[in-house]
Design a protein around this ligand. Sequence first.
Ligand code: SF4
Length: 99
Amino acid sequence: MNDESDSARKARKFVMSYVRKGPYVLYPDPAIVANVLEGLGDRLERYGKMYCPCAAIDEARERGQELVCPCVPHHADIERQGYCDCALFASKDFVGTQA
Ligand code: SF4
């Protein structure tokens, strides 16, 4: 974790506090999670907000708060497929099926 950027660290801090509150947990693949955190950190550094890293930046900025992590659609996405579109947050049920 030493080579994690400052902004990725900020993103990780935010994400861990969000997960602590529940009801979601982290996606069960640490390499994917680390990648998304780098993406969130990069967007925070470049654009001042944690715009969703799996959306095109122009669209994300146009839609404003809706696509700032945790984005508005993530509840419905987790309900439908078990994890958010970036594969950062997942439901406990989804993680249970991956064990
Ligand atoms: S898809 Fe996941 S990582 Fe991307 S903004 Fe939404 S909640 Fe955050």
